[in-house]
Design a protein around this ligand. Sequence first.
Ligand SMILES: Cc1cc2nc3c(=O)[nH]c(=O)nc-3n(C[C@H](O)[C@H](O)[C@H](O)COP(=O)(O)OP(=O)(O)OC[C@H]3O[C@@H](n4cnc5c(N)ncnc54)[C@H](O)[C@@H]3O)c2cc1C
Ligand SMILES: NC(=O)c1ccc[n+]([C@@H]2O[C@H](COP(=O)([O-])OP(=O)(O)OC[C@H]3O[C@@H](n4cnc5c(N)ncnc54)[C@H](OP(=O)(O)O)[C@@H]3O)[C@@H](O)[C@H]2O)c1
Length: 243
Amino acid sequence: MTSKFIATRVVQNRHWTDALFSLRVEGVRLAFEAGQFVRIALDVEGERVARPFSMVNPPGDPVLEFYGIVVPQGPLSPRLARLAPGDTLHVASNPAGFLVLSELPDADTLWLLSTGTGIAPFLSILGTEAPWRRYRNVVLVHAVRHARELVYRETIESFPKLKYLRIVSREETPGALAGRIPAALRDGRLEAAAGLALAPETSQVMLCGNPGMLKDTSAALAERGMRKHRRRAPGHITVESFW
Ligand SMILES: Cc1cc2nc3c(=O)[nH]c(=O)nc-3n(C[C@H](O)[C@H](O)[C@H](O)COP(=O)(O)OP(=O)(O)OC[C@H]3O[C@@H](n4cnc5c(N)ncnc54)[C@H](O)[C@@H]3O)c2cc1C
Ligand SMILES: NC(=O)c1ccc[n+]([C@@H]2O[C@H](COP(=O)([O-])OP(=O)(O)OC[C@H]3O[C@@H](n4cnc5c(N)ncnc54)[C@H](OP(=O)(O)O)[C@@H]3O)[C@@H](O)[C@H]2O)c1
């Protein structure tokens, strides 16, 4: 499907580390549901290069925010990281995606499990009323390689009812779990840290980020009797792969 693109203006490009950046743009009002993505694009040597990016902000904000990482050989991400205030970013007019709470059944506990930039759509969801109205407990897990990649701390701390669990895989980090999400799930460390059970009777799980994490975590959840959620066959797991 061909998208119509709208020229927006960069108002900020925050650099968290050499590789991690948050782009804020204005000049477009998009109707979307928290958790959705939109294609964003730059013109490179006369060709439009577009990639899907999740909105970080909740719907209704006049400024759109995207959170990205530089993939060194990637056609788009290094260029996005170099954008400065006043530059143009093209944003498609048709947000999409099914990583949204309107697709999810109710439950006691909503688990939002992310790696790397996969935290973006969950920040948008947490900025709306729906998770707090519909779920007694909301848990956000952010798994990263290094502690410096545990971004958006202030935003996360603005959700007083949120249980926030950090996982750091490549260096020992006080207050964070070590290793990866599937291992922490299998050996019970994730539930112990949350003080909550992750079981089909009580939980809905959303997964976002690295496709290997989605596959391995879905397998660990299947061992607990959880299965993919589908409209026609309700289940417990909803995923969005970033590549
Ligand atoms: C539905 C959807 C939503 C997305 N939302 C985001 C988002 O909010 N933020 C974001 O940074 N990216 C997001 N992506 C990925 C994004 O579209 C690009 O692929 C990414 O920015 C790299 O673009 P590129 O052109 O530089 O390299 P590409 O040619 O697109 O990717 C090259 C390789 O880089 C790796 N890679 C791609 N994206 C990531 C990533 N996010 N983290 C780590 N490794 C990656 C993969 O190995 C991939 O094969 C999303 C992808 C999808 C499908
Ligand atoms: N992160 C950086 O310091 C950095 C800096 C510059 C550029 N980049 C580029 O960014 C890309 C990687 O980005 P990223 O670090 O955000 O993403 P990532 O490779 O997806 O790593 C994020 C987290 O996901 C974990 N993970 C990976 N595979 C998994 C699996 N199968 N199951 C469960 N967990 C899994 C990783 O653990 P493990 O550590 O055990 O793999 C890590 O904790 C690469 O293209 C890289 O070149 C990264």
